[in-house]
Design a protein around this ligand. Structure first.
Ligand SMILES: Nc1ncnc2c1ncn2[C@@H]1O[C@H](COP(=O)(O)OP(=O)(O)OP(=O)(O)O)[C@@H](O)[C@H]1O
Ligand SMILES: Nc1ccn([C@@H]2O[C@H](COP(=O)(O)O)[C@@H](O)[C@H]2O)c(=O)n1
Length: 240
């Protein structure tokens, strides 16, 4: 009988290493839309860290904590159980077992989140949670936020910093809210600028571009072009 020799490659030898991608940038630059689409295309997990800060903020507001009192926020920071689902096709967020996806997007939460996210005890807790989630992603993960490249995942394989003009970001957000009047766009732009200033100006892990991040200005790019650009950057890294 003829002998057939078969080379069996173990999964460990053939599977590409898990890739960790951090995407940071100011509000409305396209982090969530881009990260979700890129993760779905490449079979990676997806983590929206802004949703986690919003979830803790929602819990504080719902439980009568004064969000403008850093000591009160710090005291309560460990109490809510925040759970993130990382399927890019259907990301989820819950607090103490309750679905928080809707409530965290209210104007009240958006107005309060920068004060809560500036409190070091809140950041320490969520940073630890974010690192644990990233470490458990089997094929890798796209994590989006404000301090992923600088603080949460300083050893990420690829760091991207998305930017866009304030006017473009305000027009995108106003479009989402179904309003395109000049007054509404101006009000949205002012609110974005205020949140960015608070996020960039806080002492603990402010919004900032990591020194080794690739900056992508999305002002003149369609969402599809941004997604393609990020996919190419990741594939280049994986091929390197
Ligand atoms: N390149 C683009 N061109 C046009 N619209 C875009 C582009 N990128 C994103 N958008 C749209 O802009 C809006 C904001 O995008 P997205 O929520 O992804 O931004 P973000 O950076 O995650 O914002 P935030 O930090 O406030 O959560 C969405 O309606 C999205 O569809
Ligand atoms: N890594 C992060 C992510 C978010 N924040 C804070 O959460 C706010 C909401 O973020 P969205 O992306 O959902 O708009 C944001 O304004 C920051 O205050 C953060 O501090 N760090």
């Amino acid at each position: 009988m003829r002998k057939v020799s078969v080379t069996v490659e173990t999964a460990a030898r053939t599977a590409p290493a898990a890739v960790i991608v951090g995407i940071d940038g100011p509000s409305g630059t396209g982090k969530s839309s881009t990260s979700k689409a890129v993760a779905a295309k490449l079979g990676l997990r997806y983590l929206d860290t802004g949703a986690q800060y919003r979830a803790i903020t929602w819990w504080m507001l719902s439980n009568g904590i004064d969000v403008n009192d850093p000591a009160a926020v710090a005291d309560a920071a460990a109490k809510p159980a925040v759970v993130s689902g990382t399927d890019p096709a259907a990301p989820t967020i819950s607090v103490d077992g309750a679905d928080a996806a809707g409530p965290i997007r209210t104007a009240e939460v958006t107005a309060a989140v920068s004060a809560v996210s500036a409190v070091p005890e809140v950041r320490a807790r969520l940073t630890a949670l974010q690192r644990a989630i990233a470490a458990e992603a089997p094929h890798g993960i796209v994590v989006e936020g404000r301090d992923i490249g600088t603080t949460v995942l300083p050893d990420a394989d690829l760091k991207i910093f998305l930017t866009a003009s304030e006017a473009a970001r305000a027009a995108r957000r106003s479009g989402e809210l179904g309003s395109r009047s000049a007054a509404d766009i101006a009000a949205t732009q002012a609110a974005l600028a205020k949140r960015d200033a608070a996020d960039s100006g806080r002492k603990t892990s402010p919004l900032a571009k990591a020194a080794d991040a690739v900056e992508v200005d999305t002002t003149e790019l369609t969402l599809e072009q941004v997604i393609e650009c990020v996919v190419t950057l990741i594939e280049d890294k994986q091929g390197a």
